[in-house]
Design a protein. Structure first.
Length: 509
């Protein structure tokens, strides 16, 4: 008898719903629904439209799955971690709602650093000050939207918002809330003193915490009826999207890093016990879902988003290619002394306050009239591997360990060429499991109350063994890439996001 758990995975471009049969059979049913035009624009998103998209994804997967309504065990949620949703006294959305990559709060970072300091903020929250993270965004809304802020009564993370829309309960989970910069990581509570002094947020505005896998409530009739599921079906708390992706891909062993090569490029390293703030700085620190340990994290920035800008340019070359590149925010650099090899800055190799203060435009070096869009796509993918190599070394240095294996997941890991390049440049074996097989696995494991590892016995993994003959050359490429990136940062304006983030051909995967 199938026992299906549905996981809703909310990304920056849409919602992916996947079903997993916890009785032992992997359910390959996956349904992806992109956000409609206007759901995300100019660095903001519409929480109600995003919730409606999640409902549409839920209906789509139920329509595809052969299970009967009574054979579903529950629903769980993972979501991008940084956006929050502000609610008034009637639990209606108070805007604006800022996306994770929106950088309008950059001017407030200096104020936050002056009053608290990067290291002091990191000691408490596990995160330093950056406009991508939560606390500067909250301060921006307070200062720039005072009328809206006066109406705010509850602050929820994006994960919490979707749980609320499914079952009406307001609750939060630590791994998904960590990037809000509103948590005391060591205590596992909200950072009440910091929030009171920095932005006047009191405990009455914040949800209670519960462990990942906890049942938050039952599916509301208004959601259940149109999607074909029974009202009251258990809705469980999930976790942060990177945490859940890493767990689903097999990243539970302490010391084995997981590259989540999606729209952005987080790299997470599970550790058995918390390490000191001084030793972990500037890496991000959070708890793993269900209290299974701690995670150190780095990030190469909008790697997949940059690569996705090139996907439909494969047949172009010459002036038409250059025109299309400029229209999509790329900068073409052919100054004397630059490398003859085609190089694209498609990932940030410098993780930390200084490395993230300025984001240069994705820059192309060595472009000739004879290069095609397909060659640029290959170069962009290779550039992400060079950036990942550098931040993987940063993670290994902080943890004082270096695993000979890297687990890779996310959209780019579907490319055998990309996965092999990652193996060659890092000198480590890269292990990739089929995405459609594991997408619902972590959520299913949480609901079933078992380790995700127990489901891996029948899941095949592709292993990419590093080619020693390429490693030294690629490491020289990493050094050259870092020099180019640093020089571009020094003369760069702010990194330009696409005018409409829904229109960058990004996959919900």
């Amino acid at each position: 008898m199938p026992e299906i758990v549905v996981t809703l995975d909310i990304g920056g471009s849409g919602v992916k719903a996947s079903g997993f049969d916890v009785s032992g059979e992997v359910a390959t049913t996956v349904a992806a629904v992109p956000f409609p035009p206007g759901a995300a624009h100019g660095g903001t998103f519409d929480p109600d439209i995003w919730a409606d998209t999640a409902t549409a994804a839920l209906a789509k997967i139920v329509g595809r799955c052969p299970a009967r309504p009574h054979q579903y065990l529950g629903i769980t949620v993972s979501a991008i971690r940084i956006p929050f949703v502000l609610l008034d006294a009637d639990q209606r959305v108070v805007g604006p709602s800022l996306l994770n990559r929106d950088r309008r709060a950059l001017p407030l970072v200096d104020d936050l650093v002056a009053s608290v300091g990067h290291r002091a903020l990191h000691r408490t929250t596990g995160h330093w000050a950056a406009p991508e993270f939560g606390l500067p965004k909250l301060l921006w809304i307070q200062r720039n939207c005072p009328d809206a802020w006066r109406r705010v009564r509850t602050i929820v993370q994006l994960h919490d918002w979707f749980v609320f829309r499914l079952c009406g309960a307001i609750a939060s989970e630590a791994s998904s809330a960590a990037m809000s910069q509103m948590m005391d990581i060591s205590a596992g509570t909200w950072a009440y003193d910091l929030l009171a002094s920095a932005c006047g947020v009191g405990p009455e505005m914040l949800p209670e915490f519960a462990a990942a896998g906890t049942q938050a409530g039952g599916l509301l009739p208004a959601v259940a009826e149109p999607v074909g599921l029974p009202a009251g079906l258990p809705v469980h708390l999930g976790g942060g999207d990177t945490h859940m992706s890493a767990l689903a891909a097999g990243g539970q062993a302490p010391g084995c890093p997981v590259v989540v090569a999606g729209t952005t490029g987080p790299v997470q390293l599970p550790v058995g016990s918390a390490i000191s703030p001084e030793a972990s700085y500037p890496l991000l620190v959070s708890s793993l879902p269900a209290g299974t340990g701690w995670a150190l994290e780095s990030n190469a920035g909008p790697t997949g988003e940059i690569v996705d800008r090139l996907h439909d340019l494969s047949e172009l070359s010459g002036p038409s290619l250059r025109t299309a590149l400029l229209a999509r925010g790329f900068h073409v650099e052919n100054a004397p002394g630059r490398p003859e090899a085609l190089t694209i800055l498609s990932g940030n190799p410098f993780f930390g306050p200084r490395g993230w203060h300025t984001w240069p435009a994705p820059t192309i070096f060595g472009l000739t009239p004879w290069h095609t869009g397909a060659e640029l796509l290959d170069a962009a993918r290779a550039g992400t591997c060079l950036a990942f190599s550098e931040i993987l070394n940063q993670l290994s240095g902080a943890a004082d360990s270096r695993s000979d294996t890297v687990i890779a997941t996310g959209g780019m890991s579907r490319s055998a060429t990309w996965s092999q390049t990652l193996a060659d440049v890092t000198g480590r074996r890269v292990l990739v499991r089929e995405l459609d097989q594991v997408s619902g696995l972590a959520g299913a494991a949480l609901v079933a109350g078992v380790s995700a590892q127990s489901f891996f016995g029948d899941l095949k993994a592709t292993r990419y063994t590093p080619d020693p003959s390429r490693h030294a050359e690629l490491q020289r490429s990493v050094q050259a890439y870092c020099r180019l990136y640093s020089a571009s940062q020094a003369r760069s304006q702010e990194y330009p996001l696409p005018r409409n983030e829904v229109d960058v051909h990004a996959s919900p995967h």
